[in-house]
Design a protein around this ligand. Structure first.
Ligand code: GLA
Length: 321
């Protein structure tokens, strides 16, 4: 079997989220099938600068070295988020103090991997899912203001003039979130804020979203005139509100999952001119964050390779075109 990345050579990069463990336990799969990786946690604010001015690059360096050794591209994830950001960042600071904390963090982290990371999620998940609000309330909006994204993207461009800068979010095909993301990003672009693309996380399930929702979202986002990336894809075997456990997935479930992967990759291929990277949030079913979300210690099987690292029907389906 040829590598997934080779099959998609003329379409887009194929990525996976990794950590310092999986670059060892899943090294063979990563090297054969993926030509892009994202640090699952190790380049988040709290991992890099848990305490002020005390930067820890040990884990990120290991992953970057693995990427260098194997000539794998890297996505940076993420400079600004309301989660996994230590409290000190927001404590005892006014607007300028917080902007200083952000800029220092972005400069030191961004510059260190400037040659390695070809794009960065500059802001993650800043748009509100429900209600009429556009921006999620967070210390970023409360201390800096709703224009905190403008600052973050301007800093990013100043620090990393040759890196693609992304806004990244989930519930990306849902209405009204889809339209809010579209409008916020469009307004940034129209106002000359340096943004190169939108990252669509795509944490989906075998039941949702529908192909119609997915198609209309791509149709809409394609009008932005920016690049698109699928940044965190997985396809849970459970419906969103189902908290039951399963011993193992039935043939029927795996077939449904294969169909979802097959159908959505066909849509991704249609948009290959603007899609730059399709990244899965993990490599194989033995290591997935969905084993602990939304139910702790509930096994899930959302990826393209099974727990024994063998290709699933889903993988065969996206290779079959
Ligand atoms: C979000 C974040 C990711 C990761 C996933 C779950 O989507 O962007 O960094 O934390 O949740 O693992």
């Amino acid at each position: 079997m040829i590598g997934l990345k080779d099959k998609y050579q003329s379409y887009f990069k194929i990525g996976a989220a990794v950590n310092t463990k999986t670059i060892e336990t899943h090294a063979d799969l990563i090297k054969k099938h993926f030509n892009s990786i994202t640090c699952e946690n190790d380049t988040k604010f709290g991992s890099i600068q848990r305490h002020k001015d005390n930067f820890n690059f040990t884990k990120a360096d290991k992953i970057v070295q693995f990427a260098r050794d194997n000539k794998i591209a890297m996505r940076g994830h993420t400079f600004t988020w309301h989660n996994q950001t230590p409290d000190w960042v927001f404590e005892n600071v006014d607007k300028n103090g917080l902007l200083d904390n952000l800029k220092t963090h972005m400069s030191i982290l961004g510059k260190r991997y400037e040659q390695d990371f070809y794009c960065w999620d500059v802001v993650n998940e800043a748009i509100e899912d429900k209600s009429d609000l556009y921006y999620r309330k967070s210390p970023w909006t409360e201390i800096i203001g709703e224009d905190f994204m403008d600052y973050a993207f301007r800093f990013a461009r100043e620090i990393l003039p040759n890196t693609d800068l992304y806004y990244n979010d989930y519930n990306e095909v849902e209405i009204p979130k889809r339209d809010k993301i579209y409008e916020v990003v469009k307004s940034m672009k129209d106002r000359g804020i340096p943004i190169d693309g939108v990252g669509l996380q795509c944490h989906w399930s075998i039941y949702h979203p529908s192909l119609d929702l997915i198609k209309s979202a791509f149709e809409k986002y394609s009008k932005l005139g920016l690049k698109l990336q699928i940044t965190e894809m997985d396809v849970s075997v459970f419906a969103h509100d189902n908290l039951d456990k399963l011993e193992k997935p039935s043939e029927k479930i795996l077939e449904l999952q294969a169909k979802v992967y097959g159908d959505v990759f066909a849509i991704f291929r249609e948009y290959k001119d603007i899609i730059d990277n399709v990244t899965l949030w993990g490599v194989a079913d033995d290591a997935t964050w969905l084993d602990d979300f939304p139910v702790l210690k509930r096994k899930n099987w959302p990826l393209l390779f099974d727990e024994q690292h063998q290709p699933k029907e889903a993988l065969l389906r996206i290779m079959d075109f």
